[in-house]
Ligand binder design. Sequence first.
Ligand code: ADP
Ligand code: DP6
Length: 330
Amino acid sequence: MYKGKARAHTNIALIKYWGKANKEFILPMNNSLSLTLDAFYTETTVTFSEDLTKDTFYLDAVLQDERGTKKVSQFLDLVRSLARKDLFATVESQNFVPTAAGLASSASGLAALAGACNAALNLNLSEQDLSRLARRGSGSACRSIYGGFVEWEKGHDDATSFAKVIPSNQWEDDLAMIFILINDQQKDVSSRDGMERTVATSVFYDGWLKTSPLDLQTAKEAIAEKDFEKLGVVTETNGLKMHGTTLGATPPFTYWSADSLKAMNRVREIRQLGIPCYFTMDAGPNVKVLCQKKDAAEILAQLETTFSKDQLTCAYSGPGLEYLETDVKA
Ligand code: ADP
Ligand code: DP6
């Protein structure tokens, strides 16, 4: 029996990954940049054993059906071929983040699974190789191997597409991200399906591709200069552009709800009061507000006039992949 356990935190992209150049290897169309966060994470234990006759996946202690197990099982196939071990596995995972609600459970989930497999089978993968492996499970997961500001370099093949830390002199410790939870139910269009439809059909996708490299450069400059407004402006613009592409798809779709718009407007109002804060959204209706740590309490107080306290979570910069003790040693 080979057992391993790992914890990975979610990350939220400030410059989004939106579109695949290669579906099999999950190579992205553009580089992306994210902040790993402390408030939301996944813990996963994997046990490979000669006694098992199929892969089994428990998410939050609930046995998943064949459909729910498919992504995990396909990922385990990659690990089995890497390790040259033909063993089925039991995966037990706990999400300390709502699943499939646009809060990046796929990032923390697949990064934790990659880490657990690395530990269980003593693969001794470098962080770069772990990032490449996690990427095969879910693109954004390659960024959750690292803490703080992270860039996923799109590369041009399996070997060259991985994430790395962006030097920042710990500036991330001065920042915060407030999550406005609009809806924690599973979304109708997954990120995977949404980006595929957009690349294939959106009349706005060209605009996305043409401008995202400059957005990335601006964000990296802002981090180097510790220029919060510059980072905030480019984060908000880039996120809006990503969501713009979905309206130009066939059939068109949007991840926004009426309450998402309400949240975005509140952020603009708070900004007009002179408190710098900027929003971003992923493949779901929830809104994330990038701000400086010193302003977080005031922004939360402002948001509480519109949203209930239990809809609001304040997150700070989080760590990279962590290995945890299992009850039984391999
Ligand atoms: P999200 O916005 O939460 O990332 P996605 O639709 O992109 O939503 O991804 C959700 C999918 O990620 C789930 O349906 C499941 O396949 C996978 N996933 C989520 N959590 C885990 C986990 N802890 N372990 C393995 N896979 C997970
Ligand atoms: C909008 O990483 O969930 O959150 O690679 O198909 O698993 P797959 O997609 P996923 O997409 C994330 C999209 C996003 C933007 C981002 O995180 O960069």
